[in-house]
Design a protein around this ligand. Structure first.
Ligand SMILES: [Zn+2]
Length: 279
């Protein structure tokens, strides 16, 4: 429950100006036992209050090599399959060239993109454990560090970001940095959970994509596009898909599975892909 004193703390931690549109009016959208989500009245961007401690690459597991080892051993093929929708969107807008995957983690996307997509691949992630793994086990060209400070000798034809921007406190400078390492006409393909999707609305605090201990922002298609335009990009497409929901026994898991797919087909899925071009 939000008490009066914690409500004051929340008010003090609110970022007054919306990073997507510059608006300054926020409306209560969702309250859980731990956090409140407020949305920008102008562009619908959601903000998690208080801001999550595990943001900007500071996730608790980022240095845990055993976690990543287990992750690889138990989920390798499953995680590779999950990269396919992103690769399909990328291939539609940039069928060849050199790509940079920002927040590449263990490197599953880059592994699939290089072996099956024919791309020349570079990755960067702040997790020492994940990037060690990507280099040593998958043999990928992956750097360890903060993307916003890294200096690249290369210029890229495309940048991919898979569930990254919702973790970044200052997303506009982050995207402006992305623009500078892209070739003219280069594209960004970025995915994030869709706070305006049907399942997000139906499940509220139980929605898997909320992740309030890590997600600074709860993006919607409108606020996502506004953010990229503010950072100097031309938005080419915003599409929705579905987060992963396993089929299971009983009626709840199949019901969620079905709604997730129907919503994605009808443009209200709870995952989204944005494609933007550097002018
Ligand atoms: Zn806004």
């Amino acid at each position: 429950m939000i008490t009066t004193s914690s409500a004051l703390d929340l008010a003090n931690s609110l970022l007054r100006s919306c990073p997507s549109c510059g608006g300054a009016t926020w409306r209560a959208a969702l309250t859980t036992a731990e956090v409140r989500i407020v949305t920008c009245a102008a562009c619908t961007l959601g903000q998690t209050l208080p801001p999550p401690a595990e943001s900007d690459g500071g996730e608790a597991l980022s240095k845990d090599a055993a976690y990543y080892r287990r992750f690889y051993e138990e989920q390798s093929e499953f995680r590779r399959r999950l990269t396919i929708p992103m690769l399909q969107v990328l291939a539609e807008f940039a069928s060849t060239g050199q790509i940079l995957d920002v927040g590449c983690g263990l490197g599953f996307f880059l592994d699939v993109a290089s072996r099956h997509g024919g791309y020349r691949c570079v990755g960067i992630d702040m997790s020492t454990a994940a990037t060690d793994f990507a280099r040593c086990t998958l043999g990928l060209d992956v750097r360890t560090g903060d993307f916003s400070k890294e200096r690249f000798a290369e210029v890229f034809d495309a940048i991919t970001m898979n569930h990254v921007l919702e973790h970044i406190s200052a997303p506009v400078p982050f995207l402006e940095r992305a623009r500078t390492v892209l070739a003219p006409g280069g594209i960004v393909v970025s995915s994030s959970p869709n706070f305006a999707g049907w399942l997000a609305r139906a499940l509220g605090a139980r929605w898997y994509g909320l992740q309030p201990s890590q997600h600074v922002w709860q993006f919607t298609p409108a606020s996502y596009a506004t953010l990229f335009r503010r950072a100097g990009f031309s938005v080419l497409a915003v599409r929705t898909g579905s987060l992963y929901y396993p089929w299971g026994p009983g009626w709840k898991a199949p019901a969620v599975w079905g709604v997730a797919r129907a919503a994605a087909i009808l443009g209200h899925g709870d995952n989204m892909f944005l494609v933007a071009r550097r002018p």
